[in-house]
Design a protein around this ligand. Structure first.
Ligand SMILES: NC(=O)c1ccc[n+]([C@@H]2O[C@H](COP(=O)([O-])OP(=O)(O)OC[C@H]3O[C@@H](n4cnc5c(N)ncnc54)[C@H](O)[C@@H]3O)[C@@H](O)[C@H]2O)c1
Length: 474
């Protein structure tokens, strides 16, 4: 995975640069500089992780397990309290992993940012959402960088992990950090390593996903690479911070565009009486030149619906437009309305019933299967529209017992999920499967509701022909 030749080349360059500085008799002190790298490899450097959410918390566990001293920082006091009590607040991170953090004195969690000066390496994992005008909301990155600047000292390495546009580290963060009078690349170092975490993916946990690493200069790169090497993670060094920033966007744009394509195919094939799921299953047997992507009720989560537009925004600075990204966004955001349309037509054609006054059950409100994260979930948009049309609405989600406060869809906040039983199901005119969590009894749902609208092919194992007739794919 790791491009060894490239990195060896880089180390040669770095050594030459060091030699040049020494020859010039500059203020550069080899004795002080080299030990930092060695300290990282020897796990004698203290690692700070700022932002203890879906990305930051697994990273804390990995760094700690590797033998580092780790300080976790968050502005959310409930997260700090939970961690210090040995409790997990993320479904797929076990209580045991958090208890392991307490087994020695190498971990602490705090909201006291003055402790940043105790850290040698600072990993930033704070949110990068879109503003209400769909521009990058960099306020979390800026606030955190300003906080780091307040406590910045010589020989610290700052690595941004948040997804962002190319230029963030160099154009936005560096000037804030240098406003302290310290110089990047001399007094302190900067790296960028995009997070590729796939929450809930048992096959690829944090430690198994190679990390792309970029640095401000050769030395920053070597230090950044050393951090992830010391965690036991494969690294892929690249030539600049901007390249590393662009890689993460490329990966997520690739997903967004391909999901849009398959969503478009779903609509077209359905009109032709062809099942897109069967098409994909067969197409993916081709051993080259095809990679399966799956249609759905629309995009959700903190990444795919948001990140591509970071590039759209940055491209405008260069007078360029991103037509693929915008078209994909358009197709994907129309999908919840496709699901609504399938539901409306099914009620009308099968039972001459309108949405108004009907009882509808939404199955799954998390943005994807087997996670407790509902950010940007298309389920909420569907639910909001159903509510507006006078539907009596309930939901079921084993991962999300209650809808927590969120900026959008305030009307849905506080709803409590129902229990899934034969009796509870009978009152619904339709169930709409938005998220296909494992271990849900889909046959029970199909059996006991009048019709099931399935946006995820979750009912594929329900084979009885009388039950299949009650399923509408959407
Ligand atoms: N969730 C994912 O699957 C995923 C995957 C890859 C990349 N990312 C990227 O990683 C970044 C973090 O995402 P996440 O899902 O972990 O977000 P999250 O909301 O789960 O966690 C962010 C944490 O940062 C904290 N925070 C906010 N401002 C802070 C500040 N000023 N100081 C300290 N803490 C602060 C919040 O309280 C929260 O606990 C984003 O850029 C996201 O795009 C996320």
């Amino acid at each position: 995975m790791c491009s060894h030749a490239y990195f060896e080349n880089l180390l040669t360059h770095m050594t030459a640069a060091l030699q040049k500085k020494i020859n010039k008799n500059s203020a550069f002190n080899l004795q002080e500089e080299l030990p930092f790298l060695e300290r990282i490899y020897a796990k004698k450097a203290t690692i700070a992780v700022i932002g203890l959410g879906y990305v930051g918390l697994p990273l804390v566990c990995v760094a700690h397990k590797a033998g580092h001293s780790v300080i976790g920082f968050d502005i959310d006091p409930s997260k700090i309290m939970n961690l210090n009590r040995g409790e997990s607040y993320i479904h797929h991170i076990s209580k045991k992993s958090i208890e392991e953090l307490q087994e020695n004195d190498r971990f602490s969690a705090t909201s006291d940012f003055s402790k940043l000066k105790d850290a040698d390496v600072i990993l930033m994992c704070v949110p990068t959402p879109l503003s209400k005008y769909r521009d990058p909301d960099m306020s979390y990155v800026v606030q955190t960088t300003e906080m780091i600047a307040q406590h910045l000292r010589k020989d610290q390495l700052i690595i941004l992990e948040s997804t962002t546009y190319p230029g963030t580290s160099n154009e936005l963060m560096k000037p804030l950090l240098e406003s302290t009078g310290l110089t990047a690349g001399e007094d302190f170092f900067m790296g960028y390593s995009p997070e590729r975490e796939d929450p809930g993916n048992a096959q690829f946990s944090t430690i198994k996903i190679p990390k792309v690493v970029g640095g401000l200069d050769a030395q920053s790169l070597a230090l950044t690479k050393a951090v992830y090497d010391s965690f036991g993670i494969d690294t892929v060094p690249v030539s600049s911070l901007e390249t590393a920033e662009a890689i993460k966007l490329t990966e997520n744009i690739f997903r967004s565009v391909n999901i849009a394509l398959v969503n478009e195919l779903k609509v077209v094939f359905d009109a032709m009486g062809i099942d897109v799921w069967e098409v994909i299953e067969a197409a993916k047997t081709k051993p080259f030149g095809y990679m399966p992507f799956y249609p759905g009720p629309g995009l959700g989560g903190h990444c795919i619906p948001i990140d591509p537009f970071y590039l759209t925004w940055k491209a405008r600075e260069f007078g360029l437009s991103t037509r693929f990204i915008e078209l994909a966004g358009e197709v994907n955001t129309s999908m919840p309305f496709y699901v609504l349309d399938r539901l409306t037509k099914a009620l009308d054609s099968r039972f001459q019933k309108s949405l108004k006054g009907s009882h509808i059950l939404i199955v799954g409100v998390a943005y994807k299967k087997n996670v407790d994260d509902s950010r940007e979930s298309p389920a909420f948009l569907i639910m909001e529209h159903l509510r507006e049309r006078g539907v009596n609405l309930d939901y079921y989600d084993p991962f999300i017992p209650e809808i927590k406060p969120m900026r959008e869809h305030p009307n849905l906040v506080g709803m409590i999920g129902i229990d899934l039983t034969e009796n509870s199901l009978k009152k619904y005119d339709a169930a709409v499967i938005v998220t296909d969590h494992d271990h849900v009894d889909y046959e029970l749902i199909v059996k006991h509701t009048a019709v099931t609208i399935d946006a995820r092919n979750a009912t594929r194992h329900v084979t009885r022909s009388d039950l299949r007739e009650k399923v509408v794919k959407a």
